[in-house]
Design a protein around this ligand. Structure first.
Ligand code: 8YV
Length: 328
């Protein structure tokens, strides 16, 4: 029996392989020139679609959800974080929200480790010197960074990405510490030789490197507040590949500028795509443009997850990656 093709509106350009498959399976409206949708365009898309396939650049808040037509049944997010979607408002209207967990774990952990290395060993600074023609020869006291081997890494949020980072970090000789709502299972803790800190304050004060790997929710907004940032040791490095809103960016920029913190590696920003102008002028930061999950393989896998969620819903089953408000 031929399937009826549901109307799916895709808000951004996706990899060709994903778009083609979506056109085969669904009545899919693509965004070929990749212009981000305005709030009005998003509202209009909600009123004509059965499924909205959105991304982090779409603010699907209560007022956008209010514009959903009777036919809108599923918001299939292309990405794991859903802090740009009012999940509770969607749930109230009977609209299912799904995400794409698991498929960007390893890529994000890789880049987090990359930021840790780059910050500790001044990788970007060194590369820029060579490219600017400023490398005039080796010196015993030049471009000195800090050794990672034997230091302590504190992971804030020990979910999938936190654990994958921990595995990598152990190979680099870092001792694993973590703060999480709950301790991880005994087998994982043993495998990672991980130390659990119920108190984030106590952990922060003792780490050489801190990595933020938790989702952004109302409970984690400014989790690393100005007060908590001050607990970090002056030689510590802070890395964030999760969400900018988890750190008080203005407070962080001030501390880095005053030399109260050794350095930071950031892939995400509180007011993305805007970056605090103070950060842009600092030599002790590595700043990336929200690219920690940006691999071709990862983006195709994310698209595959979006398709599976839509297809499962279409077949009358519960999509595998449903987000329910109590999970947040
Ligand atoms: C995604 C991310 O690529 O999945 C996430 O939550 O932060 C990114 O790495 C982005 O959200 C795509 O929508």
């Amino acid at each position: 029996m031929a399937h009826r093709k549901p109307k799916v509106v895709v808000t951004r350009k996706l990899p060709d392989a994903v778009e083609t498959r979506m056109r085969e399976l669904f009545d899919t409206e693509l965004n070929l020139d990749d212009t981000p949708m305005t709030a009005n365009a998003l509202g209009a898309a909600m009123s004509r679609a059965e499924v909205l396939a959105c991304t982090i650049t779409d603010r699907v808040d209560g007022s956008v959800i209010d514009q959903a037509g009777e036919t809108l049944k599923l918001i299939a997010n292309f990405g794991v974080g859903v802090d740009h979607i009012d999940v509770a408002a969607a749930h109230k209207r009977g609209i299912i929200v799904t995400n794409t967990p698991g498929v960007l774990t390893e890529d994000t952990a890789d880049l987090t480790m990359g930021l840790i290395l780059a910050s500790a060993r001044r990788v970007v600074e060194g590369a820029n010197i060579v490219q600017a023609g400023e490398f005039h020869g080796w010196s015993p006291t030049w471009m000195l960074g800090r050794r990672l081997w034997g230091k302590r890494l504190g992971i804030v949020g020990m979910g999938r990405i936190g654990q994958s980072l921990a595995k990598r970090a152990r190979a680099f000789g870092l001792a694993i510490h973590y703060h999480n709502r709950r301790p991880v299972g005994a087998r994982i803790a043993e495998e990672l030789e991980a130390t659990y800190w119920e108190s984030l304050d106590q952990m922060l004060a003792r780490m050489d490197v801190v990595s933020v790997n938790c989702p952004h929710t109302p409970a984690t907004y400014h989790l690393l507040s100005a007060r908590r940032l001050k607990l970090l040791q002056p030689h510590a490095l802070l890395v964030n590949t999760a969400r900018g809103e988890i750190i008080d960016e203005a407070a962080l920029a001030g501390m880095l500028q005053r030399g109260e913190l050794a350095g930071a590696g950031l892939d995400v920003y509180e007011h993305e795509p805007a970056v605090n102008p103070k950060l842009l002028k600092l030599p002790n930061v590595v700043l990336l443009p929200h690219m920690s999950s940006a691999t071709i393989e990862g983006r195709i896998d994310m698209g595959e997850k979006v398709i599976i969620n839509i297809r499962t819903w279409m077949d009358g089953h519960k999509p595998p990656d449903r987000i329910i408000p109590s999970m947040l």
